[in-house]
Design a binder for this molecule. Structure first.
Ligand code: SF4
Length: 343
């Protein structure tokens, strides 16, 4: 088990719940848009939000943004150490620095400020920004060494409130690197496949990468990187946690439908799924096409529906408790889920 690290009002590592994080994709200087995006992310189930800091002026928005969300705020810093200090002075809970472009002579100043403001630091190396001095090494060796050197420098300054990450756009390299970090450090790990592409590809790359690590017990906070609305990152992250049985929200089951089902199962499944994924309560829901696998899947679900000829059977904990007409089935089933959730 890793150490526990405090980030604002949240603890990660040390066996705590795996935190979902995402990143805003609008300039921090645009207060309204940043605020709206942060609120939407939190409502979707995001636990930690990061934003790019590119100028000192926009750091003045940090304090105001904290009034609209309870999630810890993280400043993403590249090139300019003074931006890290400005972000900390304005109230961020964590900063992310990248050894590939961080000015080493400024490290002490930044660490002193992190100590003073009780701010955590993620050292995040990335395949897209490897230190030039390590160019003679392989991709993985360079990323690992870059991170290790920076951890040692920071520890020498007496600072240990660290989270680590080593990311690549290659799923296999990401997994290999994270395993290497887990073997060599006991700081919490931030995992995810970086620059993973648009929604469809990015979701799959991240599911394979993050999922492989989570089933091995590696990873304390996850970020699904997508070229898409950041809320989608949170939705995909929740699904990965559900698939690896690490999540706290809903689990959804539906069959692919075959010729035995004469009803619009795809519509039922999508409608129920879109509702269920917004729930915070751990609930398992099944939407099934017929009596072949319907009763079996519904048996392990809190609530289930299985189609028949013009009728739909509702299951609660494996027992049929209601049979309704197919025309009313969807609306009535969603109401049943609402009642269960409110119970
Ligand atoms: S549950 Fe029934 S409808 Fe769904 S795939 Fe299986 S056999 Fe086909």
């Amino acid at each position: 088990m890793t150490k526990q690290v405090k980030i604002g009002n949240l603890y990660i590592g040390g066996g705590n719940k795996i935190a979902i994080q995402s990143m805003t994709n609008v300039p921090l200087g645009n207060f309204e848009k940043t605020k709206q995006q942060m609120i939407a992310l939190q409502q979707a189930g995001c636990d930690i939000v990061r934003f790019a800091v590119t100028d000192k002026e926009s750091c003045k928005n940090i304090g105001n943004l904290k009034q609209f969300v309870t999630m810890p705020l993280v400043a993403d810093i590249h090139f300019d150490a003074s931006l890290a200090i400005s972000a900390m002075e304005n109230g961020v809970d964590k900063i992310r620095i990248n050894p590939g472009n961080f000015p080493k002579d400024q490290l002490k100043k930044v660490i002193d400020s992190a100590k003073q403001h009780d701010v955590a630091i993620r050292i995040g190396v990335n395949g897209g920004s490897i230190e030039k001095s390590l160019n003679n090494l392989t991709h993985e060796e360079a990323l690992f060494l870059s991170l290790k050197n920076q951890v040692e420098e920071i520890e020498k300054l007496g600072f240990y409130n660290l989270v680590l990450s080593a990311k690549s756009s290659s799923v296999l390299k990401t997994v290999k690197l994270a395993r290497l970090l887990a073997k060599n450090f006991d700081y919490p790990l931030h995992i995810g496949v970086t620059e993973a592409g648009p929604l469809e590809q990015g979701a799959i790359f991240n599911a394979v990468g993050i999922g492989s690590l989570l089933v091995d017990g590696i990873g304390d906070t996850i970020r699904v990187s997508l070229t898409a609305d950041p809320v989608k990152e949170v939705e995909v992250a929740k699904t990965i946690l559900s698939a690896t049985e690490k999540g706290v929200g809903a689990t959804f089951v539906s069959c692919p439908k075959c010729g035995r089902c004469a009803q619009d199962l795809e519509f039922y499944a999508n409608s129920v799924y879109n509702f269920v994924k917004t729930l915070k309560k751990p609930i398992k829901v099944a939407v099934m096409g017929c009596e072949v696998n319907g009763p079996g899947e519904c048996a392990s679900a809190d609530l289930g529906m299985a189609c028949g000829k013009g009728k739909v059977a509702f299951f609660k904990k494996g027992q049929v408790y209601k049979i309704v007409d197919e025309t009313d089935a969807l609306q009535l089933f969603i109401q049943e889920i609402k009642d269960f959730d409110a119970d």
